[in-house]
Design a binder for this molecule. Structure first.
Ligand SMILES: Cc1ncc(COP(=O)(O)O)c(C=O)c1O
Length: 440
């Protein structure tokens, strides 16, 4: 065999060893995956969870820890891709759900939770006069897009390269892909992210038919890439100028304060979409809300024909969990502490990464680790980073007892302690030291 010389070859060899070790130490995960492959495409019902050689099969979660079917215990740094904000089976949320279940969980009518939950949202988000619930962030986004088209009587929707608004509205990471073939058939126009000049040009070009500018304040799935405040302000100004609706997708970023990232940045959209943890962190949930004039379009009997319904929009377990979250768990103190903990962790990771190509991007408690010698600013930069190193890091962290998203995303939970996170920082430091030749 020819000797391994280049750095890329060395990374590939280290990755092959890491995968082999993983396969050897996770036989039950392999078996379960194998049994699913024939009936679930790829053996999964969420593409994001798949990785080679086979995904780890999780068995249970408690507090800030997960256990897999082979008995390994992990500190959970993935937190159900940010939905599991409050850790596993938070007692207050669990009790609220149990109480709801005991009183019948398929009532088929209005219940006393949904109005309360709506009031709590409206009191926290100044941009939201009225709100409706749905079953996922994707559903909330697609419904809200249809609503703003009906409201403006226009069709074009401006989105941003690298944007992810759910599996049916995703806009490519490599700067070339125009969007997924699975996308809903809206008339999308894709602009570069964080580019004010391009934004102004594209808005000008489409101004007569522009229904909506649709923006993530930090592109989460593409690699935790924050939008510049000036850019966000420019989206506000341009939307107002051409009478388009400005809609923020805060499905992921809303956790930055009790009033979302928009509350911290001080920019007010016309519409906001939410999801993930508000349903208790494990319950299906989505929401869209905004200006009264827009939301009133879906009032029963409103002339104009906008209609919004859904069997599980007010399902009692989600609504009960949501009220408990907003009234008792997700307080201003908790939100502020989590944000600060996230900023601290990012700083710590950057400290141990000094002198290596490891970079950390993110805001507060959401961050992504990238291996690249080029500054990570856009989704295209993320595509160019060394994917094999990210994968190697993922397997090394699993081996050391840390579970994070394979794409390198970390999403903190309110129940995780600083001491636990310190053990992670130490593990990252050890990884960088052991793999020094590959990451410098
Ligand atoms: C910004 C953003 N919007 C929408 C979605 C879709 O939400 P869901 O997975 O609940 O459909 C996600 C999911 O990660 C997201 O990050």
């Amino acid at each position: 065999m020819a000797p391994i010389t280049s750095k890329l070859e060395k990374i590939a060899a280290a990755l092959a060893t890491a995968r082999a070790t993983y396969s050897k130490t996770n036989p039950k995960s392999f078996q379960i995956h194998k049994e699913s492959v024939g009936t679930l495409p790829g053996g999964t019902t969420r593409n994001v969870l798949h990785f080679k050689p086979f995904p780890v099969i999780l068995a249970s979660g408690k507090g800030s820890y997960l256990t897999d079917v082979d008995g390994h215990k992990y500190l959970d740094l993935c937190a159900e891709y940010s939905a599991g904000l409050f850790g596993h089976s938070h007692p207050v949320i669990t009790k609220a759900m149990h109480d709801a279940i005991d009183n019948g969980f398929a009532l088929g009518g209005a219940n006393h939770f949904e109005g309360r939950m709506a009031q709590l949202f409206c009191s926290r988000f100044p941009s939201i006069d009225k709100i409706r619930f749905s079953n996922s962030g994707t559903e909330a986004n697609l419904t809200a897009l249809a609503l703003v088209k009906a409201y403006t009587k226009r069709n074009t929707i401006l989105v941003f390269r690298g944007g992810y608004h759910g599996g049916l509205a995703t806009f490519g990471k490599d700067g070339k892909v125009a969007g997924s073939v699975m996308n809903a058939p809206h008339k999308f126009v894709i602009a570069p992210y964080n580019d004010i000049e391009a934004l102004e040009e594209i808005v000008e070009e489409h101004k007569d038919d522009l229904a909506c500018i649709f923006l993530e304040l930090m592109q989460g799935s593409s690699g935790c890439l924050p939008a510049n405040v000036d850019f966000i302000k420019a989206t506000r100004a341009k939307a107002t100028e051409v009478r388009a609706v400005l809609m923020f997708d805060e499905v992921m970023t809303s956790r930055m304060s009790t009033g979302g990232l928009q509350g911290l940045l001080g920019v007010t959209p016309d519409m906001t979409t939410l999801g993930k943890y508000f349903g208790g962190g494990g319950q299906n949930f989505g929401a869209f809300g905004g200006r009264d004039e827009i939301m009133s379009m879906i009032e029963p009997g409103h002339p104009g024909g906008a209609y919004h319904s859904g069997t599980y929009n007010n399902n009692v377990t989600t609504m009960a969990a949501g009220v408990a979250v907003l009234e008792e768990v997700w307080t201003e103190k908790v939100a502020t502490e989590l944000y600060q903990m996230g900023e601290w962790l990012q700083d710590e990771l950057r400290r141990v990464a000094e002198g290596t190509i490891l970079q950390v991007t993110g805001v507060g408690s959401l961050m992504t680790l990238h291996f690249s010698s080029k500054a990570i600013i856009s989704a295209a930069d993320v595509q160019e980073s060394v994917a094999e190193l990210k994968e190697l890091f993922f397997f090394d962290m699993l081996r050391r007892g840390f579970f994070l998203a394979q794409r390198g995303m970390i999403s903190l939970m309110t129940v995780t302690s600083k001491a636990e996170l310190e053990t992670f920082v130490e593990a990252v430091g050890q990884f960088l030291e052991e793999r020094h030749e590959l990451v410098s």
